[in-house]
Every structure is written in structure tokens, then in C-alpha cells.
Design a binder for this molecule. Structure first.
Ligand code: FMN
Length: 380
């Protein structure tokens, strides 16, 4: 029924649609809705404590027996650099003063933690069918423990080199994350944001470079994008931003409103919220301090000094200091429950594929065959 069923069969799902893991925005209710609809729901754990992740997983396993994906960041936790962090605070000092906040108050450290033994214990306990990573892969001991559960292992690549590296480490599938994508760039072999590649160019080059199934991500929000992903050689899509419009997304009303109003050119890549490049809707902090700022401490340390500004400005109903992660296709939004969105995306994709099939009439096929012979010597 689908142009390529490799991933559906590998993951044991019905539809080639993965709801992207979205740390801080998508939790158990979204995962259950998408998985029950036949897609693959994903729980991102990067901003959860082990206890919180355990509660979410318990709730998911109670409500669905369908396959799920559990996702982790696997960056190396950087050493604190007090000088750099002080300098960053100085860079933000004017905002602290404006909001009447104490610049010297102890800042709660950022809660974006890498995959570790405790999170790995949770994987062993809940045995998700798919475990995916962002920013490469965890160290080989942790990865070996994950493998013992039989979970399929997935990670994001933003270049052919990264895809090859992930395939060499034994990933079962690779997410080709184009430049259009919302949230953090999964890049891990380069820090050069200027050479990152769009989905249209990245997917077929990754498909040509690796033997494992490739999942297209970045700027895909409707059936047109999914059909295009198949045409590029992908076997499934991973969709983030389109799911943020669903009622199941646990996001603030100001974030929801910003997404609703976002135009095609509303987003940019920035490092000012966390220290790593991520795509979000441009707001005051990005405009005035970034979008890229060399003074931002290494990921995830930059977040600590921004956090009090976010909390204070949100109290006043402002998104000036809020990370508004979004891909470039936010304007293709439709506000539907996540299960409904998943089913509609699948149905509309199949409709489009059927339409394309009927377009391939015998006449057209004959024309294509004739075109193929133009300029070639006639065979005797
Ligand atoms: C709000 C948000 C949070 C995200 N958090 C994560 C995450 O925790 N882990 C991850 O692997 N990818 C994360 N991503 C990236 C997605 O996996 C995916 O690459 C991206 O959403 C695809 O682009 P799209 O948003 O245009 O659909 C996030 C994306 C968004 C929009």
C-alpha cells in the first residue's frame, strides 16, 4: 500500500509517520494518540528527570500496547566555565535590570541532561520498541545495554558524513534532518551552521550513502511533503512542528499563538537559548542578542541565565525570552487532535499517491520511454 514498507515492518507500525520527539512540548498524551492512530509516538526525555520520564512511560504503557519511541539527547555535559558564564550574564544584564531581577541570584542549572545509566535503566524497564538519540549516540557501553532490549536504534543526521557515521555504529534507521527543521539541529560532526543542508537536498544524498532506512524530517507538514519525502527515497517522515498545533501539545498559550501566527519566514537558527543551534520563531532575545552569539556558553549551559528572563516575561504574557521552537512550515498548520492529524496525513498521502499513479497512464509511460531514447543511437 505504501511506496516503501521497510520501516513500517521494522518498527511494527501501520503508518510511515513518526511524531517527532519534542522535549518540553510532547508528552504521554501525544505519544498515545499517535501510536494508537498507527503512527509512531515519541517521548522526548531530555528535559525530564528520571522520575518524570518513568511516570510518563508508565502512563503510556497503560494506555497503549502499540510501539513507541523514547528519545534522548546524548551530548557530552560540558565543564562549567565560570568566566564565560559570567560574561554571558553580563551580556544579558540590561534585561535583568529592566525586569527588576537580581543579576547575582544563583541560577538553577539547565535541566537538559544527556542519556545516562539511570535513563538506561528506564529503557530496560519499559522496553520501548524504538530508542532514538539526538546529537550522535551515547557511549558504547550504554548503547550495548539499550541493544540488549531488542529496541531499534535511531539517530538524526544533518549531513552525509553524520549518516555514514551512524550507520557504521549500527543504527537501524537514520533521521535525515534538513535545515528547515524546528528545534535543535542534531549536528554532531560539525559546528558550522552555515553549511547545513535543506531536506530536499539532504534526503536523497543520505539515501544514496547508507543501506539502512532513511526517515525524512524538516519542513514536512502535509501530504505534499510526505509524498515528496517518498520520492526522495525516504521510507517514512518525522514530523514535529505540525504536531505542536494539536491540543495534546503541552505548550503555553503564548507559544501556541506565536505558532499560529508564524509566517514562512518567521524562524531562524539561534544558539542564544541553550548554546546549540536550534530553529525557533524570531523573538526579542534572538533579534537583540543573536540569532547566533559567540558569547553564549556551551550547550546546555547558556539556558541557565536565560531562564529567569523567560519566567518573568511570560508572567507578563510576553514571549520575548521564550524559546519558540518551530520549523519553517508552521504556517501549514491545522489544529486537530493528534490521532486525527496522523490519520488525515496518511489518508491524504495515499490519495495523492493514487492520483500520481493514475497520472502515469500508458500514454505517459510511452512518452517517457520515447524520451529515454532521444539522442541515443537506434539499436539495430
Ligand atoms: C519543539 C521541538 C522540540 C524538539 N525536541 C527534540 C528532541 O527532544 N529530540 C529530538 O531528537 N528532536 C527534537 N526536535 C527535532 C525533531 O525531531 C525534528 O527533527 C523536527 O521537528 C522536524 O522538523 P519540523 O519541526 O519542521 O517537522 C524538536 C523539534 C521541535 C519543533
Amino acid at each position: 500500500m505504501w511506496p516503501n514498507e521497510r520501516l513500517i515492518n521494522l518498527f511494527g507500525i501501520e503508518l510511515p509517520i513518526i511524531q517527532a520527539p519534542m522535549a518540553g512540548s510532547a508528552f504521554s498524551e501525544m505519544v498515545v494518540a499517535v501510536s494508537e492512530a498507527g503512527g509512531l509516538g515519541s517521548l522526548a526525555c531530555a528535559q525530564l528527570t528520571v522520575e518524570q520520564a518513568g511516570r510518563e512511560l508508565e502512563s503510556i504503557r497503560r494506555r497503549t500496547s502499540r510501539p513507541i519511541n523514547v528519545n534522548f539527547f546524548c551530548h557530552r555535559q560540558p565543564r562549567s566555565e565560570p568566566g564565560r558564564e559570567m560574561n554571558w550574564r553580563r551580556r544579558l544584564a540590561a534585561y535583568y535590570i529592566q525586569m527588576g531581577l537580581d543579576q547575582n541570584a544563583a541560577v538553577v542549572s539547565s535541566n537538559r541532561t544527556p542519556f545516562d545509566d539511570k535513563m538506561c535503566d528506564l529503557v530496560l524497564e519499559f522496553q520501548p520498541e524504538v530508542v532514538s538519540f539526538h546529537f550522535g549516540l551515547p557511549d558504547s557501553n550504554l548503547l550495548a545495554r539499550v541493544r540488549t532490549t531488542g529496541a531499534k536504534i535511531v539517530s538524526s543526521a544533518t549531513s552525509v558524513d553524520e549518516a555514514r557515521w551512524l550507520a557504521d555504529q549500527g543504527c537501524d534507521a537514520i533521521v535525515a534532518q534538513g535545515y528547515e527543521a524546528g528545534g535543535h539541529r542534531g549536528m554532531f560532526l560539525t559546528q558550522d551552521i552555515s553549511t547545513q543542508i535543506g531536506t530536499m537536498a539532504l534526503v536523497p544524498q543520505v539515501v544514496d550513502a547508507v543501506n539502512v532506512p532513511v526517515i525524512a524530517a524538516g519542513g514536512i507538514a502535509d501530504a505534499r511533503g510526505i509524498v515528496a519525502a517518498f520520492a526522495l527515497g525516504a521510507v517514512a517522515v518525522q514530523i514535529g512542528t505540525a504536531y505542536l498545533h494539536c491540543p495534546e501539545a503541552r505548550i503555553s498559550p503564548i507559544y501556541r499563538q506565536a505558532l499560529k501566527e508564524a509566517k514562512d519566514n518567521a524562524t531562524a537558527i539561534t544558539n542564544v537559548f541553550t548554546g546549540r543551534p536550534a530553529r525557533g520563531i524570531v523573538n526579542r532575545l534572538m533579534r537583540e542578542v543573536g540569532p547566533i552569539c559567540d558569547a553564549a556558553p556551551e550547550f546546555p549551559l547558556a539556558a541557565a541565565a536565560v531562564e529567569p528572563l523567560r519566567a518573568e516575561s511570560e508572567k507578563a504574557g510576553s514571549a520575548d525570552f521564550t524559546p519558540l521552537w518551530s520549523g519553517q512550515a508552521a504556517r501549514l498548520n491545522r489544529e486537530l487532535p493528534a490521532a486525527e492529524l496522523t490519520r488525515q496525513l496518511a489518508e491524504e498521502t495515499l490519495e495523492k499517491l493514487r492520483f500520481l499513479e493514475t497520472m502515469a497512464s500508458p500514454d505517459l509511460l510511452a512518452q517517457a520511454a520515447a524520451l529515454a531514447t532521444i539522442g541515443r543511437p537506434a539499436s539495430r
